[in-house]
Design a protein. Sequence first.
Length: 333
Amino acid sequence: MKRIFSGVQPTGNLHLGNYLGAIRNFARLQDDYECIYCVVDMHAITVWQDPAALKANTREVTATFLAAGVDPAKHIIFNQSQVPAHAELAWIFNCVARLGWLNRMTQFKEKAGKHRENASAGLYVYPVLMAADILLYKATHVPVGEDQKQHLELTRDVAQKFNNDFGREVFPIVEPLIFGEATRVMSLRDGSKKMSKSDPSDYSRITMTDGPDEIAQKIRKAKTDPLPLPETVEGFDGRPEAANLITIYAALADITPEAVLGEYGGQQFSDFKKALTDMAVEKLGPVGQEMQRLMADPAHVDGILKDGAERAEALARPILAEIYDVVGFLNVR
Ligand code: AMP
Ligand code: TRP
């Protein structure tokens, strides 16, 4: 069966974009693929993380995978730091990836901002560790939100260069799986910015643990324009906030934006926002509640991560041994 790998950083404020763009899809793929879902704690520390918060957030992401419906008996859920082969392969790939490739990464430029000199070296080689995550298992498919497309292209470049350099088809060329209506959910405060964990405004995002009151308040305050809802999707042009709210509704309801406009096109945003609130509470409420239930039992969550790490390690070790052999490392034990 084809193998999937994907990861989510335990950096807190897990939001609607993470859920609709990635985590909900993780659960939907599990009948057709062998899936490995990773809480990428080593990626998280490329920017400062409070150690206690990092541990809590690792459990929270795990709980979200489970609450979204990923079955840990059939598939693997683990945290990256517990399988050292990720770091070991990343070193080899640091010697394959070219500085020119990394210099083009837009996420590094965004995250490093003006103070590039002060960014960690880890942030710079972040995409190399991501390539190692995926290729350590020879995964063929990677479900992610749209913002990860460039990183996956780098993964393909690393795989191709490695195969070329050593004259062996060691790695598959991975395919991104970017699907659903909400591959790029935008901020509720600014339709030109993506919804993000690090936005200083809590009103910019709906988080997975928001209750009905918080969801209602955030949607009520969400930015719109004074016009009624457009009649067709062509009317999204120049109206990013309207497009975003309608797309979110479509994704939550599992229908197309055209179908949403069939029902609400031409109506006032105040009415539509009430419908969107009801839809969000109906779809996210049960996931949030299941997360809270799971997080109240950290020993259970840790047990799932431990079991997952052991199974991931068992898959990774022989592949890493093969890679070492190809590179010319003398495997003496
Ligand atoms: P991160 O929080 O950066 O670890 O992202 C975890 C997953 O959520 C990745 O697959 C991202 O592409 C996806 N994601 C993050 N933000 C958004 C967003 N605003 N819309 C859709 N997907 C997103
Ligand atoms: N970079 C991804 C993000 O921020 C997280 C990630 C790390 C990942 N390793 C991965 C995603 C491997 C897919 C596959 O969203």
